[in-house]
Design a protein around this ligand. Structure first.
Ligand code: F6P
Ligand code: MG
Length: 444
């Protein structure tokens, strides 16, 4: 097996990296600028307004730099992860253009630069320029939200009858699958996928035919959950909105069933990849779910869910903590003794977990270092040092990028061929960019 040492590059016109650099990032930065402008419009003259005007200018400068494929400016702000980021910006001492950079680290750099622009304006501290997009899209998902609330209330009643293991396994499979497909709807896709298509993805998600699941290690996940009574399950979160809601319903199931006695949620500590969860998104989503003007239907089921979550938060069975590590560009092989950028502290924390669930596409790209691996590369090879960490982990990921490993021999090539036949003018690998396929990849 030739070990791959090269990452996906933004210059690769056959990769979603190139579409991201040339189309998606300028549009996504525009989303954030629009939100700051909306906030600005409501402000009276004064310091905060002046700082907001400067913030918009600095964000537009990032957008222009990306859109013109300029030479990338290093980070000069005194931030803890500055040297880690700047290491990726120069190659052999040479500063380079965005298009010459690796996809993963340059994508992280885009969001890191927006946050540095924000932090330069003290009166804007804590403002999330993606919050409006996250909350508005969540409220538009009212149908899927309400039906899942009704469903979970029934599951809770079933759990009270202490169902036999095979029934519990079916319920676990259903709720892990719902959380998996909840990942399909991340806002960064809205640049290339319509809201209607996104909602279709959301509602049809739970009953995706098994064709879409290219790797299914659920049985290993189930066995790991049953290996010890109770214990701690960690969820390294991805997107807010509907996906966070499905993660919270999965959390209720794990705690109500006793499969876990504690669940630890790991959000980001800054606005990230448009949709990702920041700490303030948890109280925000609980407030939205409790709001009968936003979610008028199935109120008793929604109130039940909100009440249970508040109880578990109050009892400390559900907790949330962030780490700056999640917003560095570092691959997850740094989750180890001596790991950089906070990786060692995350390693020490996750060692106590019975199962660590990594949600979504970006986490999968960091697990596999976003390298150009052959499709049938074993998952344990792609995750590198993390395979020696003794941390039982599973990636619940809808496929929205090029990297994918662990496929049966020939399967990836077959999907390329099939896509090329159906879309002659498109790149062969484009089947892996739209969140239509998924993997459940486990390693212990
Ligand atoms: O399609 C690629 C992408 O949009 C990247 O920009 C980013 O890595 C990721 O997917 C966001 O998806 P998720 O929220 O599932 O990590
Ligand atoms: Mg995300």
């Amino acid at each position: 097996m030739p070990l791959s040492s090269n990452v996906y590059l933004n210059s690769d016109t056959d990769s979603f990296a190139h579409v991201s650099l040339t189309v998606r990032w300028p549009a996504l930065i525009g989303t954030a600028v629009d939100d700051v402008r909306l906030e600005l419009a409501a402000l009276p003259e004064g310091q905060k307004k002046q700082q907001g005007v400067q913030l918009v200018e600095d964000m537009l400068a990032v957008q222009r730099s990306v859109a013109s494929d300029a030479i990338v400016e290093p980070i000069i702000a005194e931030v803890p992860d500055r040297d880690i980021y700047n290491r990726f910006i120069t190659v052999d001492g040479q500063r380079q253009q965005w298009s010459a950079m690796g996809w993963l680290d340059s994508e992280c750099l885009v969001y890191r630069k927006l946050q540095i622009a924000l932090e330069a304006q003290p009166l804007w501290r804590g403002f999330d320029y993606f919050a409006r997009a996250k909350n508005d899209t969540f409220v538009k998902s009212a149908h899927a939200v309400s039906t899942l609330a009704e469903r979970y209330h029934k599951v809770h009643v079933q759990l009270a009858t202490r169902p036999p293991p095979e029934v519990l396994e079916l319920l676990a499979h259903e709720l892990f699958s719902t959380a998996l497909w909840g990942n399909a709807t991340d806002l960064s896709l809205l640049v290339t996928v319509s809201m209607e298509q996104l909602k279709e993805l959301q509602v049809s998600a739970a009953n995706r035919d098994k064709e879409s699941l290219l790797v299914n290690d659920f049985k290993k996940v189930w066995h790991q959950l049953r290996s010890d009574a109770g214990g701690r399950v960690d969820i390294v979160l991805d997107n807010s909105g509907f996906e966070l809601y499905t993660d919270l319903v999965l959390t209720l199931f794990l705690l109500d069933s006793g499969l876990a006695e504690q669940v630890v949620l790991h959000p980001k500590n800054l606005p990230w990849m448009v949709s990702d969860v920041v700490p303030s998104d948890l109280p925000a989503i609980l407030g939205l779910l409790a709001d009968a003007t936003k979610f008028p239907l199935y109120r008793d089921d929604l109130d039940f869910i909100v009440h249970k979550l508040h109880d578990y938060l109050a009892e400390g069975q559900l907790i949330m903590r962030t780490s700056a590590f999640w917003t560095t560009p570092l691959p997850f092989s740094e989750i180890r003794k001596g790991g950089e950028g906070g990786g060692e502290a995350v390693y020490k924390d996750l060692r106590a977990s019975k199962l660590v669930v990594f949600k979504g596409d970006l986490n999968y790209r960091k697990l596999t270092a976003d390298k150009v691996w052959p499709y049938d590369t074993p998952f344990e090879v792609a995750i590198g040092d993390l395979a020696q960490s003794h941390i039982p982990l599973v990636a619940l990921r809808t496929v929205k990028a090029d990297v994918i490993v662990g496929l049966p021999a020939g399967k990836g090539e077959e999907l390329d061929k099939q896509w090329k036949e159906e879309h002659p003018s498109d790149r062969a690998h484009a089947w892996s960019w739209g969140g239509k396929y998924a993997v459940i990849s486990f390693y212990k």
